[in-house]
Design a binder for this molecule. Structure first.
Ligand SMILES: [Zn+2]
Length: 274
């Protein structure tokens, strides 16, 4: 499950490769866009919103320029889900990141080629209608409009949900995946199975999540411990049966579909039910 910082980094890669460029070709390998040709379109910018990628484009003016339609603005939306990725290649460079059958779209410009692998929810919508795709999202942890008090308000509106579920729910706050969910709750000493109403300091939890994601912007190795050494980048995530870095207790893991949770049963005691 990609985290918000991975998507933020991906948006930046696409921005550096394509922003300002006029596309010299496009190749969509998904049925809903198979007939779409973005040749001649200009890439305005690339942005992220939570885990959603938004590549903003300007259509070329119509041939018989009437002056009314030129530069119509569209957004190419994609979502990485568990396994999607975008890569930027130099022209002529071999596309080596993933097998070719996973390619869903190719965007060519003079200085770079962007290749999208196993993308989900690929859609081309008028930029004015972007909200139809991302308007349901809660405050974006890495967005310019990050609003921690709104995130707390939305979390608190689900008092009986477990805090692990509530942090992953992108309608509450956008950008937390399994890794940050687990790490934040460990660092706060909160059991992932606590109901939201039993979490003593939601504001502190939200603030820490934002700080951890922000600290990992701009690099591909995610660390919550401050160490970038292999095997030392997390407190609990990916460390099943290994000793807790604080108390030595074996870290536990529970998996439910795409949701995986790691925690220390001693450092993160379950709230008493009495
Ligand atoms: Zn522990």
């Amino acid at each position: 499950m990609p985290e918000g910082d991975t998507v933020w980094n991906t948006a930046r890669v696409l921005h550096r490769a394509l922003a300002g460029a006029r596309l010299t070709g496009s190749d969509f390998r998904v049925p809903q866009l198979a007939a779409t040709d973005l040749t001649g379109w200009t890439v305005r910018e690339s942005a992220s919103r939570g885990k959603h990628l938004l590549l903003r484009l300007a259509a070329p003016p119509p041939a018989e320029a009437s002056g009314t339609h030129d530069g119509a603005r569209w957004t190419l939306h994609s979502h990485l889900r568990m396994d999607g990725a975008w890569r930027a290649y130099a022209p002529g460079e071999r596309w080596a990141a993933r097998p070719a059958h996973l390619i869903r779209v190719v965007l060519r410009a003079a200085r770079a080629v962007a290749v999208g692998y196993h993308l989900h929810e690929l859609a081309l919508v008028p930029t004015a209608e972007e909200e139809s795709l991302v308007g349901h999202l809660g405050p974006d942890l890495l967005g310019p409009d990050w609003d921690p008090s709104e995130a707390v308000r939305r979390l608190a509106a689900h008092p009986d949900a477990t805090i692990a579920e509530a942090l992953l729910d992108q309608r509450n706050l956008a950008g937390v995946g399994n890794l940050y969910k687990c790490e934040v709750l460990f660092l706060r000493g909160v059991s992932p199975w606590s109901p939201v109403r039993a979490v003593p300091d939601l504001a502190g939890t939200v603030a820490l999540a934002q700080k951890l994601l922000a600290a990992n912007r701009g690099r591909w190795t995610q660390s919550t411990t401050g160490s970038l050494h292999r095997g030392q980048t997390s407190y609990v995530y990916g460390r099943r049966a290994q000793p807790c870095r604080r108390c030595g207790t074996a870290i536990r893991k529970e998996e439910l579909g795409e949701r995986v949770t790691y925690w220390c049963p001693v450092c993160q005691p379950e709230p008493s039910t009495g």
